[in-house]
Design a protein around this ligand. Sequence first.
Ligand code: FAD
Length: 518
Amino acid sequence: TNELRLILGDQLNAQHSWFKDKSHNVTYVIAELYQEASYTTHHIQKISAFFAAMQAFASALEKAGHKVIYLTLDDTQKYADLPDLLNHLIKEHGIRSFCYQLPDEYRLRTQLTDYCKSLSIDYKVFDTEHFYLADNQLGGYFKQGKKHRLEHFYRKMRAEFNVLMDGDGPLTGQWNFDSQNRNKLKASDLADIPEPLVFANDVSDILTRIARHGIKTMGKAENQLLWPINRSQAKQLLVFFCKVLLPKFGQFQDAMTGKLIEFGEDKGWSLYHSRLSFAINAKMISPHSVVNAAIDAFEQNDDIDIAQVEGFVRQILGWREFVRGIYWANMPNYASLNALDANLPLPSWFWSGNTKMRCLSHAITQSLDFAYAHHIQRLMVTGNFCLIAGIHPDEVDDWYLGIYIDALEWVEMPNTRGMSQFADGGIVGSKAYAASGNYIKKMSDYCSDCHYKVVNTVGDDACPLNSLYWQFMDKHKDSFTNNPRTKMVLSNWLKKPEADREKVLSRANFLLQNLENL
Ligand code: FAD
């Protein structure tokens, strides 16, 4: 029987059991699709990275002896959508059986499920064989609407997959080293920050094609794409991470600096972060191989201590698998949750970086330049601003889903709508990650060069984050006083004289009406 196997852009897993055997009866199809390039406004580097990686994967498969059809936007433009294209291919090639791997995104999974119902030929669905937990195991861990906690899930995963364990307990007797992972970068640390390993993949043809098809994008286009587009580059980045960055990964995981850009150096944008998310999410490299490589490096290298490697493993074995479970247990209604009733539009400077708030300007400009910001910039700079200003989570989701190189809805949405915006009312996290300017001051060097004064809460030059933070807490006081994690802060606020509180709230209200001009 003639079999057609679909490979989506984020299913570039060379280790998949599909590829163990070669057969003339099996044809793989990898296609650039308008529907995928335009379901949100993506960063130009994100679309070019996916297309380049798909092309590289197609040629690697072909070289290995598989039969592959690669279709560019030019080839697929005459088809309305993916089902339309598949119908055409099935007819043209006399296909008797259609196979696909479970899409990670609800949108595509629904589209393909519906499509298969309409098929008159056989079809078969496969797991992606990428995550620690197979798709059919998720139901055993996650329930719809339930408030799950990372720490509980993560410990279970450590034990189950025997990662950093010593018998039944954690290696060294401690599960968590968070308190050692909150260092600020001092001026004397800046010179040691390594130059990031970047690639120079020529994507000029792809950029021309994207422009020719009128696809709306954002961000800075690069002919020489710095992101890894094949398995070998992903492995190089992993080796570089383990050797050069892991020794200080945990320690500076939450730190931020704006200084290096000022000095004309490009290395401040990713610090000690791995920048592996795109390669992992596109499945060029597996989470297991990344975790195992980090643990091997820790075992072989005295300059990597447990706090560094545990901090890294937690992100992949913990958070990454966790948010995926939350996503699938709660879709599709997760996408419309708005527990805090936030409803303002995102200010236009999210697409230009043009704001006087230095932390936001730096995080946004960097995101537009590199399609990347590290976790704390996403959570505590842009995310925190949207949270305390009350931006509608649809707007926030849309921005995050478009701008980042690694943004796929299954991982973007629980992080954004859940962890960062608390719009799920606590399914992902136990409290809203709201902060005033003081947090930014503690974790970065932004405030010293800012137009606004972080020590002030009222007055024209006061850091906007301060009064916005207090109005946010005040607005949600009824629900937040019941939360043990926010109760204390609120009772301190409510003890302040009413006149003082009024001044803060009035500054915040002024700012809320003038978000465009911050
Ligand atoms: P590192 O800091 O080096 O971490 C190593 C790896 O751990 C990452 O590559 C990633 O695979 C994983 N990881 C770390 N944190 C998380 C997390 N919270 N959830 C899932 N995996 C994690 N990550 C995405 O992959 N895609 C997204 O669209 C995305 N959107 C986010 C939106 C918001 C508002 C926030 C707060 C976080 C988001 N994250 C997202 C998680 C995290 O910020 C990125 O995975 C990370 O910044 C990627 O950079 P890195 O590879 O250098 O990560």
